[in-house]
Structure formats: C-alpha cells, structure tokens
Design a protein around this ligand. Sequence first.
Ligand SMILES: Cc1cc2nc3c(=O)[nH]c(=O)nc-3n(C[C@H](O)[C@H](O)[C@H](O)COP(=O)(O)OP(=O)(O)OC[C@H]3O[C@@H](n4cnc5c(N)ncnc54)[C@H](O)[C@@H]3O)c2cc1C
Length: 277
Amino acid sequence: MNTFYQMWGVVTPAEAKAKIDTQRQSVAEILSAQGVSAPRNLEEQALLLVGRDIYEMLIKGYTEKQWGRPCSELPAFIIRRLPVRFSYDNNYFNDAYQGVPIGGYNKLTEALLDGIECRTSEDFFTRREYWESLADKIVFTGKIDEFYNYCYGKLEYRTVSFEEEILDMPNYQGCTQVNYTEAHVPYTRIIEHKHFESFGDEVYANPVTVISREYSTEWKEGSEPFYPVNDARNNALYLQYKELADKEKNVIFGGRLAEYKYYDMAPVIERVLGLFA
Ligand SMILES: Cc1cc2nc3c(=O)[nH]c(=O)nc-3n(C[C@H](O)[C@H](O)[C@H](O)COP(=O)(O)OP(=O)(O)OC[C@H]3O[C@@H](n4cnc5c(N)ncnc54)[C@H](O)[C@@H]3O)c2cc1C
C-alpha cells in the first residue's frame, strides 16, 4: 500500500484494487483486439496480472536484469501469479516469523555440524569414486547435469557478482536491502550488511558501513552457479536428468542445483526435513 500510495495517491485497499483492475481490463481489451487469447510471454502475462504501472515500475527492468533477457522473450509460465499485498506491511515475505539467525548462517551451520567431520574446498568430481566409496548413501547438492557428465547437454544457470565497498559513513541506506528495479541501473540491489544485526543507535556505533552491489549475469564455467533458468528448454532437459536420478538407489539429489529449482532458505530447510523424515 505504501507503493500504491506513492504511485497513485490511493489510500485504501479498495482504491488500489480498483486502479489495478482498470489497468488489467484495458490490457485485456488491447490483447483481445489483437486476437491474443492467452498471454504469449512474460510481459503480457505480467500486464494481465497487475496492469501497466506496476509492471513498468517494479517488474520489467528488474526481471530483465535478473534474467538477461527481454520480458517479451521470457515464457509466460515463469509468473503464473504475482503476489500483490494490499497492506502497509513493507516486509518482502508474508511469513509470520521472519529473520536471520543471530550471528549469521555460518554460526548456525557450524553449530549443526559440531562433532561431524567436514571437509571444505573439495570438488566432488575431482575425486568422485573416493567420495562415493565413503558412504552407502550420499546426498548430492551439486549440478545434476554435471553429475551425469552432461550426457543430455548443459543446463543454464544465472550467477551473481558482488561489488563490495566500505563507505565512510555510518548509515548508507537505512535498511538491509534496496532493490533497483530500473533498467538503467546496472545492479539489481544493494545490501548494507550492518542492518542485519544492528538496530537503532547501534547502527551509529561503527562510523563506517559495508555495502554490496549485486549484478546478475549468465553463468560461465569457473563461476558459481546460483539460480536455475527455469524456461521451457531447461525444464525439459532437467526432466531427462531427473529420470536418471529417480533410478539411483544410493544418491539423494537435494537443493537448488541438484533439483534445478529455485529455493528460498525456509523452503529448502523444510525440504531437507521432509526428505529425512
Ligand atoms: C545472492 C543470493 C541471495 C539470496 N537471498 C536469499 C534471501 O534473502 N532469503 C532466502 O530465503 N533465500 C535467499 N537465497 C537463497 C538461498 O541461498 C538458498 O535457498 C539456499 O542456499 C539453497 O540451499 P541449497 O542447499 O539448495 O544450496 P546451497 O546452499 O548452494 O548448497 C549447495 C552446496 O553444494 C556445494 N557444491 C556444489 N557443487 C559441488 C561440487 N561439485 N563439489 C562439492 N560441493 C559442491 C556448494 O558449494 C554448496 O555448499 C539467496 C541466494 C542467493 C544466490
């Protein structure tokens, strides 16, 4: 509602809904006049769901930066629904409980792994037979196409590069994350790390602040794959690999790379609990 107020000066949910509905209706009429009965791409799908103003201000530029492709060339199915919240709640997620572990995720995982042997900076594929010989059953969290030696071809991924800067000021943006939805700004968002853990006057206890600008780019060999590109071609290819994976007796494929699926933290943890139950 804060955004709708800034865009249109509307104050109540009913006013905001009416504004969106009018815009959706006009898009539907234009498409229908062109003989288009179902959205042919992400742009048309988004316009039908939220109207032109929200699409152009919040979705178009950000999505095109995130995926490196014009919205008119991205498939419609990527956004079957666009959650629109008619409340003055500025949180990103709708969950009742939200936060990050005190001290960060490293502290959480270190405590979970306490007493368990853990070896890092090891690539599964450089000593595959050795790792597979260590246990009767393994959980594989790497790229599923690489697991099968790319036998059906390569899946595509997006990666993120981070540009970090220490700024000579205690408070740069006043919150953890600001998204830049405009196409002309090359990064997608800026994270100001101190706001994860410092609140109120604590923010000013340190006279400097660290920020990271995030740039979304195509994944290339040697960089870290972050996001699956779930378009029709990649999803079909993934299903071929999944067929092989489903036949494995001693390997559990888990997470965003092995299941070729975007996961947030809470859903991926839920998935792990489900798998082990
Ligand atoms: C920039 C960014 C910001 C995010 N922000 C949020 C957020 O604000 N909120 C939220 O809920 N989620 C966020 N996420 C998503 C969150 O990071 C994921 O949900 C979570 O990490 C997925 O866990 P996973 O186990 O599937 O994959 P990962 O955490 O990536 O674990 C896979 C592990 O497998 C290892 N691995 C892969 N290949 C090999 C190999 N060949 N050999 C050995 N090891 C290998 C990797 O090193 C990694 O440790 C963000 C993700 C990114 C990239």
